[in-house]
Design a protein around this ligand. Structure first.
Ligand code: NAG
Ligand code: NAG
Length: 433
């Protein structure tokens, strides 16, 4: 994938060649406008001389004669006013053009990917040059799914991306802390989906972008009374609409401390890009785990593959068909298997292959860097004890492994933001029960 990724997109998904050309054109247009605005008479008089050499003497006099009759001056003044107006219009067009160019650039990138997915058959290239596809095309967005939400998202999203958190009024203190950190980092594109009216009031009085989902019996009863896990199940239903509207969502629990803008650290090459529950490279990224059965003698070792689960409380999901299929499959199973846990179901659907009687999901997935998108086990068991790792600044830290969440979140801010070197020291690795 590296080859194609570098060719088409930079890490943040914008074509390199395209953007330079766009910038060059944009600068050209803007310089022209600025020049014509600053020196309107020179600009237009001289251009008149060049393009209309034989027009009346009047037009040559614009730039040559210092003495003019009052009527002439008035006429010139009104001509000048007209030109200035035209200039303003031109500048407006230039601005529109550069915006359109930017959009087109992103479109080209997307179109190329779609073509690669749906396009014609290929011959395999030479050894080492062949890459399968990971980046599925985005769906065509459909505003009619939820015009109200669509309007909100248009205002908030950046590059059609935003952070989304589902919140009820049981956790408002933590929500405040979550928001404070997001604001400090300077991330404007986030939205709280409020599951009750108290949360709406809280958000409005704290200047937090909020969306109240229209009342829905099932959703509301879970939303009001539900513990963490019940609320987690809801999100797969709710997220679907966001994707249908064409947005990529960074779904976020609120026991997460933001230390950098996460959108600067995404790859955007997969349907799902997720934080891991793993605590080192092996467990997070996958490894060969050997199962030993001595009674089998010569064949006592059976190789298995293991990977610690993706954390369903922090993942980036793009508006693609496999991503929406994932949400549907998880939502269906959660509503039909009452005892299931959403994170387990989420992982099973992502990872189990097709087999007799079962058709697996074909979604592209990426495990986020465990040092950038860090869980609290990584931090408290390993990172804080290692002189080198202590110096790394994560993008986010998720207090998912510890019940004393808010205390640890506050300590994480003291350590990384206030540079208080001993802020993490008093906490045990795990909880004391
Ligand atoms: C402009 O005027 C000159 C001299 O009167 C003449 O030779 C020339 O052909 C004219 N050009 C045009 C484009 O009319
Ligand atoms: C884990 O993987 C990263 C990236 O591949 C590497 O830089 C790092 O050295 C690895 N850490 C360990 C402990 O192997």
């Amino acid at each position: 994938m590296a080859g194609r990724r570098e060719g088409l997109v930079t890490k943040n998904g914008v074509g390199v060649g395209g953007s330079r050309i766009a910038v060059a054109i944009g600068i050209g247009i803007l310089c022209g406008c600025a020049f014509s605005f600053l020196f309107p008479s020179t600009f237009f008089a001289s251009s008149a001389v060049i393009t209309r050499p034989n027009t009346s003497i009047k037009s040559r006099q614009v730039s040559s004669s210092p003495c003019e009759s009052p009527e002439r001056i008035n006429m010139l003044k009104s001509e000048l006013a007209l030109m200035t107006e035209k200039n303003a219009e031109l500048k407006k067009h230039a601005r529109e053009l550069s915006t359109k160019l930017q959009l087109a650039e992103q479109g080209v990138d997307q179109a190329q990917k779609q073509f690669l997915t749906l396009g014609m058959q290929h011959k395999a290239g030479p050894f080492g040059t062949v890459k399968g596809l990971r980046t599925n095309p985005m769906i065509i967005s459909d505003e009619s799914v939820n015009p109200t939400l669509s309007k909100i998202l248009k205002k908030i999203a950046i590059r059609k991306e935003l952070i989304v958190a589902l919140v009820n009024s049981n956790v408002l203190e933590m929500l405040k802390f979550w928001v404070d950190n997001i604001k400090r980092v300077g991330v404007p594109n986030y939205l709280v989906v409020a599951l009750d009216d108290e949360t709406v009031r809280f958000c409005k009085s704290n200047d937090v972008p909020v969306y109240r989902r229209p009342p829905d019996e099932n959703v509301d009863s879970i939303g009001k009374t539900g513990g963490n896990h019940a609320v987690s199940g809801l999100k797969f239903n709710i997220l679907r609409e966001f994707l249908q509207l064409g947005y990529s969502i960074l779904l976020s629990d609120i026991d997460i401390v933001y230390l950098q803008n996460p959108f600067d650290h995404l790859y955007r090459d997969s349907d799902v890009e997720s934080m891991s529950d793993g605590h080192n490279n092996m467990t997070a990224y996958g490894y060969n785990d050997v199962f030993d059965e001595p009674s089998m003698g010569w064949a006592r070792y059976a190789h298995t593959m293991r990977i610690w689960v993706y954390n369903s409380g922090f993942f980036f999901i793009r508006p693609t068909l496999p991503a929406i299929e994932l949400l549907d499959r998880v939502a269906y199973r959660l509503s039909h298997e009452p005892k299931s846990w959403d994170q387990a179901v989420f992982n099973e659907e992502l990872f189990f292959p097709s087999h007799p009687g079962y058709e697996g999901l074909h979604a592209a997935k990426r495990t986020m860097d465990i040092y950038q998108f860090m869980n609290s086990k990584m931090l408290f068991k390993t990172v804080r004890k290692d002189a080198q790792l202590r110096k790394l600044k994560p993008v986010v830290v998720h207090a998912n492994y510890h019940p004393d969440k808010l205390q640890r979140m506050k300590a994480i801010v003291e350590f990384y933001v206030d540079q208080k070197q001993n802020a993490l020291d008093t906490f045990p690795d795990g909880s004391d029960w």
